[in-house]
Design a protein around this ligand. Structure first.
Ligand code: ADP
Length: 584
């Protein structure tokens, strides 16, 4: 796999505008709470401004020779405001965290909805690593940003704004000193932000690529072992680690420039203010109280700026994470707003072309009309394109050109829910989901009651279910009951019975099973096939022999179509296969 095709397969990442829209959407969704939060935070910040000003007043009064009484009341006011600020900050934080929790629930719910709606083909092509990274690392990053960073930064931003206004009110001249560090901070922050998004996205992509690589090695462990590919897989993992290390060095460099400059920019205004404030006081331009108050304000500025800085990096990282989560919503889901209902059960493929790599067609103009109610076997050598054709007929992949229609409607114009109900592809992968047996069946038919679920299990001869102590409540997967291959297949087939599609496409349904299991599986399958149109991708010629019609596919085109008898009589490729298989 080359790097080029790999990036082409990656899931999309949303641009800045889309991320801003998403963030704004989260605020608007809980608008009143946000307004309340802003008010509460503003009050808390305003309460924090009083003590330095009061302290300035105390100094001025003492210098003017006022009595202890006025100093006492000012001191009491300082204590009062400090306590008030403490209480208000506590409530503001509480309100912010509640707001954040609700926002987080919205983010998680919309992410799950989007992932569930992703076309299977997109998930398969994207690789599980990327999707896994987005659903774990990225959701956690956004979660902690929304839960912790955003509330702190909001309060810090208000503090900065209020403090700067307060310094100007105390003394416009000293206020100007307070601005000395800001351009420097602004410039370095911009420098950092302009580079860090790309750098963090690259870091995230490198982590996903490594996870993909490892997941691929683990999933294909047998193949790796059989073909002695260990060395190559380790090398490939190492290459990804080195690439990941490079991206981490880059983000480290950005932080190494940012932090020292910001530290310097913090101290500069305080130093300038002390120096100029002292000069001004000596020349009688400002009072001593004003210098003290303004300097204290400048000291107060350090904390919120530090908090903002501390979180800026995390906000930046989670901005990249949010972009990756939002990107999932940008996968073109070819589901039309107004789907159309197929008129009947006729499945027709016309001039199908399909390519996996964008260059070489694996199907070259396949035409095939499936007759409702028939058993159609598709046979042909390995790699001829049988499975690909099966996926196109089921509407799981979309042909590069040509169409597959159901009842006269192109498959991609049939609403996805409807299509899932009408045509089902059964492969040899039978996933058992973590949850109860009932949950595993209800995926196919959420409305079905227990009797219907048990009837579906009976139909596929899954009699073992009757012996389970907890019946439908038996937990499967994880620490629960382990199902063997045949039982897992029966479960999958029971789901098919519940969905009750008119057309079934069977791909290698029994090919990988041992003979005893295969016979049992075939019996289960027999009950499911009854009364439906069946397209069987046949790996044993016996299946073809029993079918109503056989389509022979070779090198991506259909070379022969007919009944077993007709094809044997015609003496073509199928007849040769049959003779060699039958030893005649
Ligand atoms: P069959 O089912 O007849 O064995 P397939 O439809 O699986 O054939 O494959 C047809 C061709 O497409 C083969 O050359 C195969 O290597 C290629 N192919 C199948 N799946 C993929 C895939 N996911 N990515 C790239 N090439 C593929």
């Amino acid at each position: 796999m080359t790097a080029g095709t790999e990036t082409a397969r990656q899931l999309p990442v949303a641009d800045r505008a889309a991320v801003r829209r998403a963030a704004w959407g989260l605020i608007r969704a809980d608008g009143r709470a946000m307004v309340g939060l802003l008010l509460l935070s503003s009050l808390a910040v305003a309460a924090g401004l009083a003590p330095p000003w009061l302290l300035g007043q105390i100094i001025n009064r003492v210098r003017a020779g006022d009595g202890a009484g006025s100093v006492d009341s000012l001191t009491a006011a300082i204590v009062g405001f400090a306590v008030l600020q403490l209480v208000l900050v506590r409530f503001a934080r509480y309100a912010a965290h509640r707001f954040a929790e609700r926002a987080l629930v919205r983010i998680r719910a919309s992410f799950v909805d989007r992932v569930v709606a992703l076309p299977t083909a997109v998930v398969e092509r994207a690789g599980t690593g990327d999707l896994m990274m987005r659903s774990t690392g990225d959701v956690a990053a956004v979660g902690s940003a929304v839960g912790y960073a955003a509330p702190d930064v909001l309060i810090a931003a208000l503090q900065v704004a209020f403090i700067l206004v307060a310094v100007f009110v105390v003394s416009p001249l000293l206020g100007l000193c307070g601005l000395v560090g800001l351009p420097m901070m602004w410039l370095v922050a911009r420098w950092y932000l302009n580079r860090s998004r790309i750098a963090y996205l690259a870091e995230g992509a490198a982590r996903s690529a490594l996870a993909d690589d490892l997941a691929g090695t683990v999933a294909g462990a047998r193949t790796v072992e059989a073909l002695r590919l260990q060395r190559r897989r380790v090398d490939s993992g190492n290459r990804r680690i080195v690439a990941g290390y490079g991206t981490q060095l880059r983000t480290l460099f950005l932080r190494n420039v940012l932090y020292p400059v910001i530290d310097f920019a913090h101290s500069l205004p305080v130093a300038v203010m002390l120096f100029l404030g002292g000069l001004c006081y000596v020349h009688g331009i400002v009072t001593l109280g004003a210098v003290v108050a303004a300097t204290l304000y400048m000291r107060q500025l350090v904390d919120p700026l530090d908090i903002a800085l501390q979180w800026m990096e995390q906000l930046q990282q989670s901005g990249a994470s949010l972009a990756r989560l939002e990107g999932i919503g940008q996968v073109a889901i070819t589901e039309p707003a107004m789907g159309r209902e197929p008129a009947d059960d006729r499945l027709v493929a016309t001039a199908l072309h399909y390519t996996y790599d964008g260059h070489h067609d694996v199907l070259h103009g396949v035409d095939l009309a499936v007759r409702p109610g028939e058993r159609l076997a598709i046979v042909g050598p390995s790699g001829a394109g049988k499975s690909t054709l099966g996926r196109l007929l089921a509407g799981i992949d979309t042909p590069g050109s040509g169409t597959v229609t159901l009842g006269g409607i192109p498959l991609d114009a049939v609403p996805a829910d409807e299509l899932r109900r009408l045509v089902v592809l059964v492969t040899q992968e039978h996933h058992v989901f973590l949850g109860s047996l009932r949950d595993n069946l209800a995926i196919a038919a959420p409305q079905a009651d227990d009797d219907e679920l048990l009837a579906a299990l009976d139909a596929v001869e899954a009699h073992w279910v009757r012996e389970l102590a907890d019946g439908l409540d038996t937990e499967l997967g994880g620490n629960g009951q382990v199902l063997d291959v045949a039982a897992a297949q029966q479960l999958a087939l029971a789901r098919v019975v519940l969905v009750d599609p008119h057309t079934l496409i069977l791909d290698e349904a029994t090919a990988m099973l041992d003979p005893t299991t295969a016979r049992q599986a075939e019996r289960s399958l027999g009950a499911v096939l009854h009364g439906r149109t069946v397209i069987a991708i046949a790996h044993r010629l016996q299946t073809a022999h029993d079918a109503d019609r056989i389509a022979v596919i070779d090198g991506g085109t259909i070379t022969e179509v007919g009944s077993h008898r007709e094809l044997v009589a015609a003496g073509g490729g199928y007849a040769a296969l049959w003779r060699s298989w039958h030893g005649r």
